[in-house]
Design a protein around this ligand. Structure first.
Ligand SMILES: Cc1cc2nc3c(=O)[nH]c(=O)nc-3n(C[C@H](O)[C@H](O)[C@H](O)COP(=O)(O)OP(=O)(O)OC[C@H]3O[C@@H](n4cnc5c(N)ncnc54)[C@H](O)[C@@H]3O)c2cc1C
Length: 396
């Protein structure tokens, strides 16, 4: 215990000394959230890059990952203490992305030593940005019907096909991708999980615009792309197991993302401003009830997620219960965004032009973007199917 308190004190001292002051305020826009990558040095303000560099050097972008790959090697108690000290100083996470939250954990769990050594250090240092090549036109919820072909030619697989809804494919350096390697086997048994460099000849990317006005989506076209056989994660034709393991990490990450502690304050402040203040309370009793309900439900989700995270740090693999987090987190986020727009009335429906401030315009776009949360990573209907069958054991 004394060791832990010493660790906490040292960490705090180091953070106070090392964090650029600009990292103690929330990012002004999405563009300041650091995803790293080969093009990072041209994409982010200097303090963002400095913060990434100092944290990566200590391995604290991935505090609990083993030191041998460049991680922090911290125990779960130390990692918790570090997170708490960062929160007290209102420090931003130095790095985000699918490397840290999805492919890194999968490689730690299932990857060969060669793949771990090749990829984990560059994820931790924020040198490589990843995207996810799962969905295809016609293969979303029924992902196992995917048709992108990979045919073996000596030491490489030759890939042909199309992926769709690939978030940030235009900015990513590498993709983790599901391909069909056996065309005769039942659909779940012929899939392989591969790692592919996006600069390989034959990879084409075309952005698609979202209803919110943001444009993170892409179509990805693959034409005779050559990927080394050594880039297979797990066994050939057993990629479905890898795909599901990774989805467990993805669903937890999506649910986790809604744990924005500032939101509670923001919702109450907005309601006071637009609906009036009655002795420190939101004046409208019905809205006050709805706000209280959302905040109580959020507190329950936060506590359940914290329990699950502790379980994972203690070595439990994420299982089908992650569907509960994904379902509940995204539905709750939609309720929260709708409530924010409702308390603002017409001011919550701005798109552009005078009459709306920046926060109001962002609120409209965030509300529209929240609809996509219930689709990405598996739709709400699919999560309910999984919960019914695999958590509750209900019959088909
Ligand atoms: C914001 C966002 C980001 C995304 N990022 C990525 C990414 O980076 N990489 C990637 O590979 N994919 C990504 N996706 C794609 C996403 O995973 C798919 O959109 C999703 O799996 C649904 O597939 P679909 O769009 O083909 O819809 P469909 O599968 O065609 O479903 C259409 C509707 O039918 C319902 N439905 C389908 N089957 C059933 C069933 N058996 N029972 C009940 N209802 C059913 C669905 O719930 C849905 O409402 C992203 C999607 C979004 C919205």
């Amino acid at each position: 215990m004394a060791d832990l308190e010493q660790f906490r004190a040292d960490a705090r001292q180091w953070l106070e000394k090392s964090a650029p002051p600009e990292m103690r305020v929330p990012p002004k826009s999405q563009d300041e959230i650091c995803w790293g990558g080969r093009r990072a040095s041209a994409s982010y303000p200097a303090p963002v890059l400095r913060w990434l560099a100092v944290m990566a050097e200590r391995g604290w972008t991935a505090p609990t990952w083993p030191r041998e790959y460049g991680g922090g090697g911290l125990s779960k108690q130390e990692a918790k203490a570090l997170a708490e000290e960062m929160a007290k100083l209102r420090l931003r996470p130095p790095l985000t992305g699918f490397g840290l939250s999805m492919i890194g954990p999968l490689l730690l769990q299932e990857g060969s030593e060669e793949l771990r050594k090749e990829h984990l250090p560059s994820i931790i240092q924020g040198k490589i940005r990843w995207c996810q090549g799962y969905s295809e036109p016609g293969s979303g919820s029924d992902l196992a019907s995917l048709q992108t072909k990979a045919v073996r030619d000596g030491d490489v697989y030759v890939l042909n096909g199309q992926k769709v809804w690939t978030s940030y494919a235009d900015k990513a350096d590498w993709m983790f991708i599901l391909v069909r390697t056996d065309f005769q086997a039942p659909k779940h048994n012929g899939i392989t999980f591969l790692l592919m460099d996006m600069t390989s000849p034959g990879v084409g990317v075309k952005p698609i615009k979202l209803i919110s006005g943001y444009s993170p989506f892409c179509e990805t076209f693959l034409s005779d792309v050559r990927v080394p056989v050594k880039n297979v994660v797990g066994q050939v034709n057993a990629g479905w197991t890898m795909a599901k393991a990774l989805l467990g990490h993805e669903r937890t990450m999506i649910a986790d993302a809604f744990k924005e502690r500032d939101d509670a304050r923001k919702l109450v402040d907005l309601a006071r401003r637009h609906l009036g203040d009655d002795g420190g309370k939101v004046a409208d009793a019905i809205m006050r009830d709805r706000i209280t309900q959302v905040e109580m439900d959020q507190a329950c989700l936060d506590l359940t997620l914290a329990r699950a995270r502790d379980g994972m740090k203690a070595g439990h693999k994420p299982g089908p219960e992650t569907s509960i987090f994904k379902y509940y987190g995204t539905e709750l986020n939609m309720r929260r965004r709708e409530l924010m727009v409702s308390v603002c009335g017409p001011q919550g429906l701005g798109w552009e032009g005078p009459g709306f401030d920046e926060d109001e315009l962002k609120m409209t776009r965030d509300w529209l973007r929240s609809r996509g949360n219930s689709i990405e990573g598996g739709t709400s209907e699919i999560q309910l199917n999984i919960i019914a069958k695999r958590v509750l054991g209900l019959p088909d």
